[in-house]
Design a protein around this ligand. Structure first.
Ligand SMILES: [Zn+2]
Length: 385
C-alpha cells in the first residue's frame, strides 16, 4: 500500500464529514484499511448502536510503555456557517489550510497516523499507539470506554499526548466540568391566581439566582496555587440556554435551561455538583408543597475530569523534549487528557493550531503549525528509535 504524506492524510481525513451526530465509520474503515495495509495492528471500540467506533492502533514492538497519540474523529457541524470554500475539502490559501477539522483536530490525527506508519516501517524500540475517539464534541463521552478497551487489547501505554490545538505549547492542566439539563415543571393557572399555580420560570429563576450567588462566593475566596494559573482563576457555573412559558398571563408550565460547571483541577467536581443538586432538590420540595405535579428534574449530560498538573510527569517531560517549550500552560476548556490521566496515564495536551480557529466558519490550520507538528512527530520517532 502506498504511503501517504501527512498532508495527503489530512486531505483524506477532512473529506469524511464526521460531524458528531453522524456515523464515523467511513473514516474508521478507511483508516483501519490504511494502517493494517502497513502492517499495523488495529482494534475498534464500538458505541452502543454500532454507528460509531473508536480506532486504536499499535506500531512497534508489542511491549508496554507506548507513547499514546490521542485525538478525536468527530468535528462540529457547519450548519448555518458562512464558508468561503467547501468545508470538506482542504484548501490552501495564504499559508493556511482551510477545512472543517483541520485545526480541531484532524491535523494532529494526520500527523499521528503518519508517525505510526513511519515507526512501523523504520522500526522503533518504544511503541507508538493511536487512540482515535468519537463524540468528543458531545462532552468527551466517547473516550472513557475507548481508554478502557485500549488497556485490554493492547499493551498498556504510559505517556499520552492529546493533540488538541495549543499552538504546540504544552498544556499540563485544564479544568474539569459537568453539565445538567434542568427541567422545571410548573402548574398552569391564570396569572391573576398566581399563588394557586406554580410558575416554572419564576422558580427556575431562583435556581439561577443561586448559581449567581455561588459564583460570587467562589470568586470571593482567594485562589489556591493551581487555580491561580487559570483564566479566570476559579471555578465557574454558567447558564447558557433557557426557554419556557406560553403567555404573559399564564403561570409557565415549563422552564428548561442548561447549566455547566467548569471546575479547577484539584477541586472536587462531585462536591460542586452535590451542592447544586441539593439546591435543586430543596426547590423541588418547595414547589411540590404548592402543587405535587410541579418540581425540578435534572439530567446530567456530561462530566469530564480536570487535568491535574503532574509533579515531574512523564508526558510533560517528553513533550518538553519534543517542543523545547518550558512555559507553564493551562487552559479552561476540557479535553480527553483528564480522562487518560484518570485511567493511569501521564498526560498533557499539545497540538498544532489555535483553539480560536476551532469550531469557526472558515476553520483553518496554519501551514507553519502543521510543519511544526511534523517536526514534533519526527523528533518523537528519533527518541523512540
Ligand atoms: Zn477537539
Amino acid at each position: 500500500m502506498e504511503e501517504l504524506t501527512s498532508r495527503q492524510l489530512l486531505e483524506r481525513l477532512v473529506a469524511f464529514p464526521t460531524v458528531s451526530r453522524e456515523s464515523n465509520l467511513a473514516l474508521v474503515d478507511w483508516l483501519e484499511t490504511y494502517l493494517t495495509g502497513h502492517g499495523i495492528e488495529c482494534h475498534r471500540h464500538w458505541n452502543e448502536d454500532r454507528q460509531k467506533a473508536a480506532l486504536m492502533a499499535h506500531a512497534g514492538p508489542r511491549v508496554a510503555g507506548a507513547v499514546v497519540l490521542s485525538g478525536h474523529s468527530d468535528v462540529v457541524p457547519v450548519d448555518g456557517q458562512a464558508w468561503s470554500s467547501d468545508p470538506w475539502v482542504v484548501e490552501e490559501r495564504d499559508g493556511r489550510l482551510y477545512g472543517r477539522g483541520t485545526c480541531d483536530m484532524k491535523g494532529y490525527v494526520a500527523l499521528a497516523v503518519w508517525a505510526l506508519v513511519r515507526a512501523q516501517k523504520t522500526g522503533v524500540q518504544r511503541p507508538l499507539q493511536l487512540a482515535l475517539s468519537y463524540d468528543e464534541e458531545l462532552g468527551c463521552t466517547g473516550a472513557p470506554p475507548m481508554i478502557e478497551t485500549l488497556g485490554q487489547v493492547l499493551p498498556k501505554g504510559s505517556a499520552a499526548l492529546i493533540g488538541e490545538p495549543s499552538r504546540m505549547k504544552i498544556i499540563t492542566g485544564h479544568k474539569g466540568g459537568t453539565g445538567y439539563h434542568v427541567h422545571v415543571k410548573g402548574f398552569e393557572v391564570h396569572s391573576s391566581l398566581l399563588p394557586e399555580g406554580v410558575s416554572a420560570i419564576m422558580e427556575g429563576a431562583r435556581l439561577i439566582s443561586w448559581i449567581n450567588d455561588r459564583n460570587a462566593a467562589i470568586q470571593a475566596r482567594p485562589p489556591g496555587p493551581v487555580a491561580a494559573t487559570f483564566r479566570p482563576p476559579f471555578t465557574t457555573l454558567h447558564v447558557g440556554m433557557i426557554s419556557g412559558g406560553t403567555a404573559h398571563n399564564i403561570t409557565a408550565a415549563d422552564c428548561c435551561f442548561a447549566v455547566e460547571m467548569r471546575v479547577v483541577p484539584g477541586e472536587d467536581i462531585a462536591a460542586h455538583e452535590a451542592a447544586f443538586v441539593a439546591e435543586a432538590q430543596r426547590l423541588d420540595l418547595a414547589m411540590k408543597a404548592v402543587r405535587p405535579e410541579a418540581g425540578v428534574e435534572l439530567d446530567r449530560f456530561f462530566g469530564v475530569p480536570g487535568l491535574v498538573p503532574e509533579e515531574r510527569g512523564e508526558a510533560e517531560a517528553l513533550a518538553r523534549r519534543l517542543t523545547g517549550d518550558n512555559a507553564v500552560g493551562v487552559v479552561s476548556y476540557g479535553t480527553e487528557a483528564g480522562q487518560f490521566q484518570e485511567a493511569g496515564y501521564s498526560a498533557v495536551v499539545c497540538g498544532p493550531g489555535d483553539i480560536a480557529q476551532a469550531h469557526q466558519p472558515d476553520e483553518y490550520l496554519e501551514l507553519s503549525e502543521f510543519v511544526a507538528g511534523q517536526a514534533f512527530m519526527q523528533r518523537l520517532l528519533d527518541i523512540c528509535a
